[in-house]
Design a protein around this ligand. Sequence first.
Ligand code: TTP
Ligand code: MG
Length: 352
Amino acid sequence: METESKPRAIVHLDMDCFYAAIEVRDRPSLRGKPIGVGGARDRRGVLTTCNYEARKFGVRSAMPTFMALQRCPNLIVLPTRFDIYRREAAVIRGILHRFTSLIEPLSLDEAYLDVTAHPGAPEPLAQVIRGTIFRETKLTSSAGIGPNKLVAKIASEINKPNGQFEVKPEQVPAFMKDLPVRKIWGIGEKTERKLEELGVKTCGALQRLSRPELVDLFGKFGLDLFDLCRGIDHRPVEPDRPRKSLSTEETFAVDLTTLEQCEEKLEELFQDLMADLAQKESTRAITKIFVKLKFGDFTRTTAERAGLAPTLQDFRSLLAEAFVRAEKPVRLIGIGVRFAETTPERAQMDLL
Ligand code: TTP
Ligand code: MG
């Protein structure tokens, strides 16, 4: 088959400062100002992300808000609006599906696309995809184009924001040579330190270690590393297998005895669930929501209802319903949503 002899063409697409970009788009008076999105300083909040104006001051994702404000006193901190981010991600996913069905989402604003079968060269195609996203959402994105997922993902950071970079198959060896080892997926801080002790900082230096040496150092992962540091990565782009539900739960060290105590915990669980939902299942239509309780005596009950929106208020009413069934000390609370069994295209239509 032709596609077997032809090198693969993989695009890694990543929206630029996604949540922050949406907030600025929707409030044009914020344009050009440093903004962060996340929890407020007085509530020990953390930023989910910030725009590039804020990054100039050293503000970063996952930074406590008080620290971000120390670095950038003029930072405007906005609350998260996960429902808006989910809707935007669904629109973007819909656009990507016009170009290929081989899409592997990594989070709500990032995906791999296998465009090998697409007629024409991948570089101009990535331009067209990013241009279409911008025309239809007024949001910018960046892309990396390469013969595999490893190279495409690393390449997408190079001309970020609002740019793209292609590594052609014959350019891979030169591209890898001076690349810091940390850029390889699977190499974290620990492995990086271990390699540094051996004097290995770049992928080029890592290439000088033999397979047996790498296995000695890293076990089975050593075999992967042998390929990865040469820019070889056979992992296919795997479209998501749809999950049926998404939930989060917490078991308490001390059982909760009142509905008020449970409601307080529910609020925390709700924040977690919404963040998880936005990251992992940004495009699916929700059919049901549920609250599960386990009691001190290990009995359990689940209250669930179709047609409710995943709002704190609706989870609260389910919690009350489940709680009064037993009126026993609560050992665990779980909350979650169930999804319609649909294709991404269909889910996207449900959402719009
Ligand atoms: P990223 O793509 O990692 O970041 P980004 O899009 O904000 O910025 P970049 O231009 O570097 O791609 O994450 C996508 C969104 O996910 C981000 O806008 C907010 C959210 N997020 C969190 O909620 N917590 C986090 O720790 C990170 C890294 C991201
Ligand atoms: Mg991004």
